[in-house]
Ligand binder design. Structure first.
Ligand code: CUK
Ligand code: CUA
Length: 632
């Protein structure tokens, strides 16, 4: 049975992939995506980098790429993860992990609307959640998630960003243990995590975890409006099989959406129902005044057991291996993407509450009541395309669902569940994104298709082709294809926000008087070289168009030479770069008013030039110097 389903999927991809030809796009669409030189785009689009571990920043409608934010991966272009001041960001309980697989960017919200303060993104492989500050477009916090293995259902935020929710795709022994893989049913557990954002300090804190039956928890979304207190998680493999292929994870007719009352969970924690569990995890944060990252190593986490917490979790039966779960702008409808299902099931929040009150249960799993399907379902969208995955909303009563196998976006009406339009995409769409499309007030206007397979859409570049996003106009009755644009990495999900919300708060440079970096140089007069045993600290300043000091002698083979470079500029868009010949640690890119430190370990005597890598003025080529290295 599973073999059949898998064959069906691969045949589907191939068949539809080859069938679709390039539509004739009429000439008038060009003006809809054209942003004249010197003009700004209307929206920022943030795409997850997938296996690049980073976050892409684009403009819409132009599709122009502006920046790649370094998040989970080292970036030699800026020194992120190489420089002394950023290394701590990538520390984990497994050591220094300079890579991850990032799937879901999620904007912070106030009253259910993206507020432009932060964007969060998940590290899927070594479970982590990162926070990016949208004033500086820099990663400023990374929290590791213990008792998790595959942080996929993450990081979706509650209505006022009270919590960032996360749950584990793979169930594993909790706490970790050396057990037979065939003991899955007895030993493997899932966890659902709640990471609090402190409204005052704006710092993250893993507040508590809920230990849940060992299913695969795949995706999540928090409620809003009437469902404000709840968060929803899809789960598959409710059979709890350790081999999905042999034992067939899709045997059950229905898997579940887990509905979690986080307000009640919070109360149970306050009432002392949570137990302390030993678990090592890292909390890394970047101090934006010190320009330096630090790690706190945590040793325990608070866990809740649903058996001690009645009313905290319910399971909503949902057809076959649901993938996405999305909550409409009103907070009433909970839409599942049943990837092997032939309909899109939509649950009703108000029916769910009634069913709980009337105890319309259909058994339980480990003390968690399963609600009756008929008691919670609001409707089913018929003929939604093959492989429905994810749904976003336009704020005008319509929902848009990506259909992976049939490579299309299907538009349907909330309440009547009728399909009103569909448009082919090229090819095999995963997520889709409408600006504000998972919030209370979507901007609508566009839907962006994030496609998995590119095939023949761009100039060939060998076996690997760029990933493809597509911009579609949704302002009319019929969706209209506007633009293909390539992306960095492999975006899974993306979020977009009106540009003016971010533009007004964007940092132009760091004030030099506020710089509290421990190795700051205030001016050229302070530039110097200090030796402490084998450690040499070079306090260096950079300003158009020279470094000070620019001639350094007295360095010996075997020394640890730390270059602490302060960029004294107080002007927008004037970074300086710094690199020494043969350096094995990437370059530094220092923003105006910032100090950055990098370590160089010379191995051979000689004279080594250094220079600025970022073209900064007519005298950029003059921005250079020498280090003399003598035998030890
Ligand atoms: S996703 Cu991560 S496997 Cu549908 Cu959110 Cu692509
Ligand atoms: Cu400084 Cu080029």
């Amino acid at each position: 049975m599973i073999i059949l389903s898998l064959t069906f999927i691969s045949v589907g991809v191939f068949y539809f992939g080859c069938q679709q030809s390039k539509d004739a796009i009429s000439g008038d669409v060009a003006s809809q995506v054209y942003v004249a030189p010197g003009s700004y785009d209307e929206f920022y689009l943030f795409t997850s980098g997938g296996f690049s571990g980073q976050l892409g920043v684009y403009g819409l409608p132009s599709g122009r790429h502006f920046k790649t934010v370094s998040v989970f991966s080292q970036n030699p272009e800026t020194g992120y993860g190489y420089s002394e001041d950023t290394k701590a960001m990538l520390m984990t309980s497994f050591g220094f992990v300079p890579w991850d697989d990032a799937h879901h960017p999620e904007l912070s919200m106030t009253e259910g609307v993206p507020d432009g303060r932060f964007i969060f993104i998940n590290g899927n492989n070594t479970p982590r959640v990162a926070k990016i500050d949208l004033r500086t477009f820099e990663t400023t916090e990374i929290v590791e998630i213990p008792n998790s293995a595959g942080n996929h259902a993450s990081p979706f935020v509650t209505e006022n960003t009270e919590y960032i929710v996360a749950s584990t795709r793979f169930s594993v022994p909790v706490p970790q243990a050396d057990v037979p893989l065939t003991s899955y049913k007895e030993n493997f557990k899932g966890t659902i995590s709640f990471i609090a954002l402190d409204p005052k300090t704006e710092r993250l804190n893993l507040a508590f975890q809920i230990i849940v039956p060992g299913f695969n928890y795949d995706l999540a979304h928090a409620g809003k409006g009437p469902s404000h207190d709840w968060a929803f998680f899809t789960s598959y493999n409710t059979e709890q099989a350790n081999s999905l292929l042999e034992i067939n994870a899709s045997k059950n007719d229905k898997d579940f959406i887990a509905a979690v009352n986080w307000k009640l969970a919070e109360k149970y924690v306050k009432d002392g129902k949570a137990k302390k569990m030993n678990a090592e995890y890292y909390h890394n944060y970047y101090d934006e005044k010190k320009h330096f990252a630090f790690s706190d190593v945590k040793k325990e986490v608070l866990v809740l057991d649903p058996k001690d917490c009645p009313g905290m979790i319910y399971y909503l039966p949902t057809p076959k291996s649901p993938h996405g779960v999305d909550v409409d702008p009103s907070g009433e409808y909970i839409v599942a993407g049943g990837k092997l299902a032939t309909v899109i099931p939509v649950h009703s929040f108000s029916k769910m509450i009634k069913a709980i009150e009337e105890k319309k249960f259909d058994g339980e799993v480990d003390g968690i009541p399963v609600l009756q399907y008929d008691a919670v379902v609001a409707g089913e969208v018929q003929n939604p395309g093959l492989g429905p995955l994810h749904t976003e909303f336009d704020g005008n009563g319509y929902a848009y669902t990506s259909a992976f196998i049939s490579s299309e976006i299907v538009k349907w009406k909330l309440g009547t569940w009728e399909v009103v339009d569909r448009i082919p995409v090229y090819y095999s769409i995963g997520h889709l994104c409408i600006p504000g499309g998972d919030s209370k007030k979507p901007w609508g206007k566009y839907v962006i298709a994030l496609n998995k397979i590119t095939k023949d859409r761009y100039l060939p570049t060998g076996p690997e082709l760029t990933q493809s996003a597509q911009l579609i106009d949704i302002t009319g009755d019929k969706m209209k294809m506007l633009l293909d644009f390539p992306t960095v990495g492999e975006p899974h999900y993306a979020q977009a926000i009106a540009a003016d919300i971010l533009m007004k708060n964007s940092t132009k440079f760091y004030k030099i008087e506020e710089n509290q970096h421990p190795y700051k140089t205030n001016g050229e007069k302070e530039a110097r070289v200090e030796r402490k045993g084998n450690d040499v600290h070079v306090y260096m300043s950079a300003i158009r168009s020279h470094f000070a000091p620019d001639n350094i002698e007295g360095i010996k083979v075997g020394d640890n030479v730390y270059f602490h470079v302060t960029n004294l500029e107080q002007d927008w868009d004037i970074p300086h770069g710094f690199v020494v010949k043969g350096m094995t640690n990437s370059e530094l890119l220092i923003m105006p008013g910032q100090t950055k430190s990098i370590l160089w370990k010379p191995t051979k005597p000689g004279v080594y030039p250094f220079y600025c890598t970022d073209f900064c003025s007519a005298l950029h080529q003059e921005m250079q110097g020498y280090v003399r290295v003598s035998p030890a």
